[in-house]
Ligand binder design. Structure first.
Ligand code: C2O
Length: 546
């Protein structure tokens, strides 16, 4: 294992997409940002230098951060933001993980342009549990906004309205030829015939779960969220924000006289409008001779926007490898069981404000167990570590019985949620079972829930209301998928299990940023264990203060 040093300069850069030029917040002037490459076991030091006028933090999404919570990155949860002109060095070691993850800004909506791949190679002398690919490529999905996303979310929170949606989806930062004024901004993947390629798919989009397919090619899924899976073939994938999926692409034995689109567009069942446009990139075979002749173009067929049945079938295909080399350490017994509702709701419109929320006296809100989480003004981890939690957060969660919910789409008379900064406290090594139930109060919508600091096993999922008497009998405790982000189905539930073996304060939230901004987020506190390596390390000296 070695130590790898990176410098991330947060700078403005003029970027033009869709014939619209905007000054965009970037890392090192790149959009999407640079690759972070390491091997399992390596120590990684990333010095982040803030040269823009926004506060910033960076999150290493999916990195376990064992006892190194200070390097996790969510603003006001594990750290205060890095202010203009300041720097902070994230210092962590990659333990027990290999595969694809992503890094991204974790404050407000800066993730819209501040994101990039994390590529964790196996240890030296270790190989993939699948055929060695000829070449590897990261494929990042994102969104392009013609207007500054920081202004969009600030205005939406002020007026209580739903924010404006983006102007295009992107593949490796490029919208592709199906948008106006965009054909030159098309990502091209050049391949040779008869080879196997590893595509590292990353959904960094702010607010959209995406279907993805490559015309006339079948993909073999081999890894998700930096965990190897039992390989399976798929023509179309669903990938939610925060999720990563490694697929093998086997190219045709001889170069076909054709080009192929690789396309992505959203899966969405919620209310309100969404941009249902398609981003496309080109898969192009090398033609040693006459490469300029006109050839047919094939486009993939993607599922309809609300294809919940497809999504449920697809997510059920994921299974952990669960073999001797890569075991699935599913907690077989449970110390604490929780049932949380997740979904949208409302907050009363403040006095003297004109709101444009679901009604003109309310603004949009989102909650876990009816509590809409308010970010504190000091970082939770600092206040916890220094024993100054008083007035910063309370530990009365989950205290209320969950709000009555239904999945028929008829909202209750009162959709208002309560607000608070509450944390759930766990003893070290508690094994947790958590059922996340979608409420459907303002429409059945899927919520890709992301847990920091842990991987969890998705032991069950279903539609309708979770039944504690019947559903556990069908839990998969043998080879369930292990991941860090999983969709709570539209009008349904998932059950997850994890071992709370990582001391610190850990955020959990919907990875659709609009829902996070509305309060669909919470914090877990995991106490220190008895051994020295089971304790949260003290903070680094350059940790920013609020
Ligand atoms: Cu990828 Cu809390 O985020």
């Amino acid at each position: 294992a070695i130590t790898r040093h990176y410098t991330f300069n947060i700078t403005y850069k003029n970027i033009t997409r869709l014939c619209n030029t905007r000054s965009v917040v970037t890392v090192n002037g790149k959009f999407p940002g640079p690759r972070l490459v390491a091997r399992e076991g390596d120590q990684v030091l990333v010095k982040v230098v803030n040269q823009v006028s926004y506060n910033i933090t960076i999150h290493w999404h999916g990195i376990r951060q064992l006892t190194s919570g200070w390097a996790d990155g969510p603003a006001y949860v594990t750290q205060c933001p890095i202010k203009t002109g300041q720097s902070y060095t994230y210092n962590f070691t990659i333990t027990g993980q290999r595969g694809t993850l992503l890094w991204h800004a974790h404050i407000s909506w800066l993730r819209s342009s501040v994101y990039g791949p994390i590529i964790i190679l196996p240890k030296r002398n270790e190989s993939y549990p699948f055929r060695k690919p000829y070449k590897e490529f990261p494929i990042l999905f994102g969104e392009w906004f013609n207007v500054d996303p920081e202004a969009i979310i600030a205005q939406a929170l002020q007026t209580g309205a739903g924010p404006n949606v983006s102007d295009a989806y992107t593949i490796n930062g490029l919208p592709g030829p199906l948008y106006n004024c965009s054909s030159k901004d098309t990502f091209k993947l050049k391949v040779k015939p008869g080879k196997t390629y590893l595509l590292r798919l990353i959904n960094a989009a702010l607010n959209d779960e995406l279907f993805f397919s490559i015309a006339n090619h079948t993909l073999t899924v081999v890894e998700a969220d930096a965990i190897y899976v039992k390989p399976f073939d798929a023509d179309t994938l669903l990938i939610s924000p925060g999720q990563t999926t490694n697929v093998l692409l086997k190219t045709k034995p001889a170069s076909p006289s054709a080009i192929f689109f690789m396309s992505a567009r959203p899966y969405f069942t919620g209310r309100g409008s969404i941009d249902n446009s398609t981003t496309a990139a080109i898969l192009e075979y090398s033609h040693p001779s006459n490469s300029s002749r006109k050839v047919p173009l094939f486009k993939p067929t993607l599922p309809p926007i609300n294809a919940t049945g497809f999504v449920a079938n697809f997510t059920r295909k994921f299974r952990s490898l669960a073999n001797a080399k890569f075991p699935a350490n599913v907690p077989q017994t449970v110390d604490r069981k929780f049932f949380f509702t997740v979904g949208l709701g409302t907050n009363p419109c403040p006095a003297n404000t004109t709101c444009q929320g679901p009604t003109n006296t309310t603004k949009f809100s989102a909650s876990i167990n009816n509590v809409s989480f308010a970010l504190p003004s000091v970082a939770l981890l600092q206040s916890y570590f220094f024993g100054m939690s008083n007035g910063v957060f309370t530990s009365d969660f989950p205290q209320n019985p969950p709000v009555t919910f239904n999945y028929t789409g008829t909202p209750p008379n009162n959709t208002n949620v309560s607000n608070g900064t509450k944390a759930l406290i766990l003893r070290f090594n508690t094994s947790v079972e958590l059922v996340l139930q979608g409420t459907s109060i303002l429409g059945a919508e899927s919520h890709p829930l992301h847990l920091h600091g842990f991987n969890f096993f998705v032991v069950g999922q279903g539609f309708g209301n979770y039944d504690p008497n019947k559903d556990p009998a069908n839990f998969n405790l043998i080879d369930p998928i292990e991941r860090n982000t999983a969709g709570v189905p539209a009008g349904g539930w998932i059950a997850i299990r994890f071992l709370a073996d990582n001391p610190g304060v850990w955020f959990m939230h919907c990875h659709l940023d609009v829902h996070t901004s509305w309060g669909l987020r919470m914090a877990w506190v995991v106490l220190d264990g008895p051994q020295p390596n089971q304790k949260l390390q003290p903070p680094p000296s350059d940790l920013p203060s609020c």
